[in-house]
Design a binder for this molecule. Structure first.
Ligand code: SF4
Length: 228
């Protein structure tokens, strides 16, 4: 697999937020979201065998028998599906809780059912609108999560209507304000493209069945910090 980085941190943006987690960040992405904070994953990285990645995950994780969380992210990890699927199966066999962060642009039908998919449906202002494949809704289960990263009212309305019309059968729907791409220094909601208070008001007014999520790691570490 082509790997940008493997590190231990706290999970930041799902119902697992706040839990210790090992991240495996795969290199390469086929989208170019306007607010992307992971452009360093688009190229480079280093070639590692699945066994080498697994050994590093084991080294960074608590011993077997304790809660062991691994998130596969990117870039777009499903671009390396051929090696990734057997790799995730091996992690599951070892008792890991496996999270997969993906845009849902690639088919998700082959992902093992026990993997918790966190699917980041791209909204209009991301610059990658209409990339989510509707057929992937059928591949989602009640332990998966759908995430919408929102920059403005148009994004919010897209997400609200998506949930209302398609009624996804998932554990949770997450609405999260996008962070400014050029955010530096201050750890504050003022660095969000969409004010969380404004988003909360819209969600309450519309009675949206979703959870407001903040990118936890952007409030713990300064927004420009990588590898967290
Ligand atoms: S899918 Fe993720 S990694 Fe790819 S451009 Fe969008 S935000 Fe960046």
């Amino acid at each position: 697999m082509q790997i940008t980085e493997i590190y231990k941190s706290l999970q930041g943006e799902s119902t697992f937020a706040g839990l210790p987690c090992v991240f495996v960040r795969l290199t390469g992405c086929n989208l170019r979201c306007s607010w992307c904070d992971s452009e360093y994953t688009f190229s480079g990285g280093r070639r590692m065998s699945s066994a080498e990645v697994e050994a590093e995950v084991n080294r960074l994780s608590p011993p077997r028998g304790r809660k062991r969380l691994v998130e596969i992210t990117g870039g777009e990890p499903m671009l390396q599906e051929r090696e990734l699927i057997p790799f995730m199966r091996r992690l599951l066999e070892q008792g890991y809780i496996v999270l997969l962060e993906t845009s849902g642009e690639r088919p998700l039908g082959n992902v093992p059912k026990q993997v918790h998919k966190i699917v980041d449906v791209k909204c209009p202002h991301s610059g990658a609108a209409d990339t989510f494949k509707d057929e992937n809704l059928a591949a989602l289960s009640e332990h998966d999560e759908l995430k919408f990263v929102l920059s403005n009212r148009a994004d919010y309305e897209f997400a609200r209507d998506f949930v209302k019309q398609r009624k996804p059968k998932v554990k949770e729907v997450l609405f999260s304000p996008a962070f400014r791409k050029d955010a530096r220094g201050e750890r504050s909601a003022s660095q969000c493209l969409l004010d969380p208070e404004q988003l909360a008001q819209w969600m309450l007014a519309d009675g949206v069945e979703a959870r407001l999520g903040l990118q936890l790691h952007k409030f713990i570490w300064t927004p420009e910090t990588k590898g967290v």
